[in-house]
Design a protein around this ligand. Structure first.
Ligand code: SF4
Length: 379
């Protein structure tokens, strides 16, 4: 561990580099805890470039905690639509409501209060409290852990409880007490731009002289790769019902009918948002989807066999699920009326001002729009 003069030089060099070369990101222009909190939540598992337009749109509609707390959840999800991991949006709004109810509409300054909010763990609390309020909390996430593991040549699985605890201690010891917010951002920036998972750019690194992994020639090998969770292959059959005016049917979250394990899985894969009738299939997508439609649609629509027109399949990934998406167009003279369901122009399904849908549903809608009816064969 660095101490004394070495530690001072280390901090000075990293902070000077950050202040000169940091990326100009919208959330760095503000110390408003709400804006910092929103950016931290959106950036979880999501690239900076993907987050920026969502962040700006979200703030236009919900400029402060009060407007977010008071909004219909459907609208919050709609503005999150396409960003993925929708529990983040649901938790964000629940936390905003708690902040209004218990903290006077201001993001709490005490760590224990921040940690009591939905969707806020120790990393997020440390990031918000240090950047917005200058509190002395060191951040530790996978990105920071990688930088620390290289600086101190830590071997083994960083997510082991013992390793993680020791990395948190290192992060706490390195934290610059004069500028905790800038310090945390500097370590994160180093991990995001130079000390990247593959091919770290050690020649440009402002703290290369302190790095044990570089000295030992291990920079490319640390941290040790984690064992990946086995990929689960799933095929989903999706029915895009279409009437002659181009309207389609979307089901509300969660999937209908409830209760079966297969439906619970589909509900999770469509992120508990609006979706086309969808089912996980094993052997014959058309036959299994037809059976599912017979089960959920009104008898008036299914008394004659439904024609399912296969559309080009698409690939989709959600966490460790590798999904093959098999959409079918189902032409109908009239769309069924179902409790809670919505009918909407197919061309509007992917519009940002429309209903909240997942990327999986978006891909199915695009497949239907891109394939003229005459080109697809009947099953
Ligand atoms: S010298 Fe290389 S491996 Fe070490 S912290 Fe800098 S970029 Fe990372």
């Amino acid at each position: 561990m660095l101490k004394g003069r070495e530690l001072t030089t280390f901090r000075q060099q990293l902070l000077a580099w950050f202040r000169q070369y940091q990326r100009d990101l919208p959330w760095r222009r503000s110390k408003d805890p709400y804006r910092i909190w929103l950016s931290e939540i959106m950036l979880q598992q999501t690239r900076v470039a993907a987050v920026i337009p969502y962040y700006q749109r979200f703030l236009q509609r919900f400029p402060d905690i009060h407007t977010l707390a008071a909004a219909p959840q459907e609208e919050v999800l709609r503005l999150w639509s396409g960003l993925g991991y929708y529990s983040r949006a649901r938790n964000l709004q629940r936390a905003a409501q708690e902040i209004v109810a218990r903290h006077g509409g201001v993001f709490p300054r005490a760590e224990k209060d921040a940690l009591g909010l939905p969707g806020i763990g120790s990393y997020t609390a440390a990031a918000i409290l240090s950047i917005a309020y200058g509190a002395k909390h060191a951040v530790l996430d996978g990105n920071v852990a990688r930088v620390l593991a290289r600086l101190f040549a830590v071997q083994g699985d960083l997510r082991d409880a013992e390793h993680w605890r020791s990395l948190q201690e290192s992060a706490n010891a390195l934290l610059d007490p004069e500028s905790p917010g800038d310090w945390n951002q500097a370590v994160m920036e180093l991990g995001a731009t130079l000390c990247t998972p593959q091919s770290p750019q050690c020649l440009l690194c402002p703290v290369a002289q302190f790095c044990q992994a570089r000295k030992l020639g291990l920079a490319d090998l640390l941290p040790a790769r984690r064992k990946k969770r086995a990929t689960e292959n799933i095929t989903l059959a999706v029915a895009i019902l279409l009437d002659p005016r181009g309207h389609t049917l979307l089901l509300p979250p969660p999937a209908l009918p409830r209760g079966k394990a297969a439906h619970a899985q589909v509900s999770m894969l469509v992120s508990k948002l609006w979706h086309f009738p969808t089912i996980a299939v094993r052997t014959d997508p058309a036959a299994e989807l037809r059976a599912h439609l017979n089960e959920i649609l009104p008898r008036s629509m299914t008394k004659r066999p439904l024609h399912l027109e296969p559309l080009p399949a698409a690939r989709h990934a959600v966490t460790h699920h590798a999904i093959t998406l098999q959409p079918f167009r189902v032409s109908a003279t009239e769309l069924p009326r179902m409790p809670g369901a919505n009918t909407i122009l197919l061309s509007d399904v992917t519009s940002p001002s429309s209903l909240a849908i997942s990327n999986l549903t978006r891909k199915a809608a695009r497949a239907a729009r891109a394939t003229p009816a005459a080109l697809s064969a009947r099953v």
